[in-house]
Design a protein around this ligand. Structure first.
Ligand SMILES: [Zn+2]
Length: 384
C-alpha cells in the first residue's frame, strides 16, 4: 500500500509580516510575502563527490547509497529546489574537539598505507581519510549555514557516517563522529548553551552519547532497537554529574513501526525538548529502521520518516527559530533510503504531503506494546 498522506501545514510563513515596512513586501502571484522569504525558507543540502571515494567494496555501507539519494532527488525534481551547501574538510583541530589526536593520526596513516579494516565492520580505502574530513566538515558547514542564516535548515548527505565513532575508536562503519564534532564546533563558534541531538537511526549512537555524557549543554535523545548493536543505550544511561537527565535513551523492541515511533516522539521527545529549550537541533537520521532495511527488524515506513521529520521541524520552529540540521547515518535499502531522505526534504520545504513509494510493511507484527517502556522513561526523566 502506498500513497500520499496529508500532514499539517506549518504556519511559520508570514510570521512577523505586520511589523515589516511596505518596501520589504513584494507581491507574488497575488500573495503578499516578505521579499526575503526565499532566502529565509531556503533548504540546504550538503553533498560532494568526495564522499563516493570512501571505497568500501562490497560492504553494505557503500557509495551507491549516496548515489541513490542524489539520483532520486534529481529524478523527482526536488534537487533544483534545494540550495547546495558546499562542504569543506574539517581541520585536525576541529576533529580534536571530539577525537584524540593520536587516533586522528592513526586514521590518516591507515589511508596513506592503502586502507584496511579497523574492526570487523569498518573498512577504509586510500581516500577514506579525505572523505571523512569532508564528512565532518560537511556537517560543520551545514550547522554554519543554518546558524548564519544562509539557509533555514539543512540535510548533510555525507559518508562515512559518524554516530558510533568514539574519541579513540572507529566503529560500526564510522570514522569520525560528524554530528558530535559539529555540535562541539557550534557550541564554541556561536557561544551556544544548549544543543539538542535527536538520533533515530535504528542503532544507538554510542559515540555521540559518550562524547556528551557529562556535558549538560548537549541533550542526546536516541530511539533504537534494543538489545542490538552496539549494545549501549539502556534507559539507565541518563548522563553524568551536572549532565544528569540530558541523555535520554528509548530502547525499543524489534518490530516497532510508525505508530510506536510517533508515540515516542509525542510522549517523550517533544516534552523533553520543550523542557531543554535548545538553541539548535541536530539530527542523526538513519533509515535503517525502515521495514525493508536488511540490517534491522523495525517496521517504519517512508510516511513514518516524514512524520518524524515534521515533528522535529515543528519543534525547531517552536523552540529555536527553525534552526535544524539533519545528517545522514545509516540506511541500507537504497529505495527506502532515497525515499526517506526525499520525504524529509519535502517536510523541510513545507510540503504538506509525503510521497511513500514503498508503502507500509507487508509483514504484520501486530501492535507492539511500548506503553510500559514509555512510562519508565517518563518516570526516570520526570517528564509530564
Ligand atoms: Zn544504523
Amino acid at each position: 500500500m502506498g500513497g500520499r498522506v496529508g500532514i499539517e501545514r506549518n504556519v511559520r510563513n508570514g510570521e512577523g509580516m505586520e511589523a515589516m515596512p511596505p518596501c520589504l513586501l513584494t507581491i507574488v502571484s497575488g500573495i503578499i510575502t516578505p521579499a526575503s522569504q526565499g532566502a529565509i525558507m531556503a533548504v540546504g543540502y550538503v553533498y560532494d563527490p568526495i564522499y563516493l571515494k570512501h571505497d568500501t567494496g562490497e560492504h553494505v555501507e557503500n557509495a551507491a547509497r549516496l548515489q541513490a539519494i542524489i539520483s532520486h532527488l534529481e529524478q523527482t525534481g526536488l534537487k533544483s529546489q534545494l540550495t547546495l551547501v558546499k562542504p569543506r574538510p574539517a581541520s585536525v583541530e576541529e576533529l580534536a574537539l571530539v577525537h584524540q589526536k593520536q587516533y586522528i593520526s592513526h586514521i590518516q596513516e591507515v589511508a596513506q598505507k592503502g586502507g584496511g579494516w579497523l574492526d570487523a565492520d569498518t573498512v577504509m580505502s586510500p581516500d577514506s581519510y579525505e572523505a571523512a574530513l569532508y564528512a565532518a566538515g560537511g556537517v560543520i558547514r551545514a550547522a554554519e549555514a543554518v546558524m548564519g542564516g544562509e539557509v533555514a535548515s539543512a540535510f548533510a548527505l555525507v559518508r562515512p557516517p559518524g554516530h558510533h565513532a568514539t574519541s579513540r575508536q572507529a566503529k560500526g562503519f564510522c570514522l569520525f563522529n560528524n554530528i558530535a564534532i559539529a555540535a562541539r564546533h557550534a557550541l564554541a563558534q556561536y557561544e551556544l548553551e544548549r544543543i539538542l541531538i535527536i538520533d533515530f537511526d535504528v542503532h544507538h549512537g554510542n559515540g555521540t552519547q559518550e562524547t556528551f555524557y557529562d556535558n549538560p549543554q548537549v541533550m542526546y535523545i536516541s530511539t533504537h532497537q534494543y538489545p542490538f548493536y552496539p549494545g549501549t543505550g539502556s534507559v539507565e544511561e541518563t548522563g553524568g554529574g551536572a549532565a544528569e537527565g540530558t541523555n535520554i535513551n528509548i530502547p525499543l523492541p524489534a518490530g516497532c513501526g510508525d505508530d510506536e515511533y510517533l508515540k515516542v516522539f509525542e510522549q517523550i521527545i517533544v516534552p523533553a525538548a520543550r523542557r531543554f529549550q535548545p538553541q539548535l537541533i541536530l539530527v542523526s537520521a538513519g533509515s535503517d529502521n525502515h521495514w525493508a532495511d536488511p540490517l534491522a527488524l523495525m517496521q517504519v515506513s517512508v510516511t513514518g520518516f516524514g512524520q518524524m521529520a515534521r515533528i522535529i521541524k515543528e519543534l525547531a520552529d517552536e523552540l529555536c527559530g527553525g534552526r535544524l540540521v539533519f545528517t545522514l547515518e545509516g540506511g541500507y535499502n537504497l529505495d527506502a533510503l532515497a525515499a526517506s531522505v526525499k520525504a524529509t526534504f519535502d517536510v523541510l520545504l513545507g510540503d504538506t504531503s509525503i510521497d511513500d513509494p514503498l508503502g507500509g510493511s507487508p509483514r504484520s507484527f501486530g501492535a507492539t506494546d511500548i506503553d510500559r517502556l514509555i512510562a519508565v522513561v517518563k518516570e526516570i526523566h520526570k517528564l509530564p
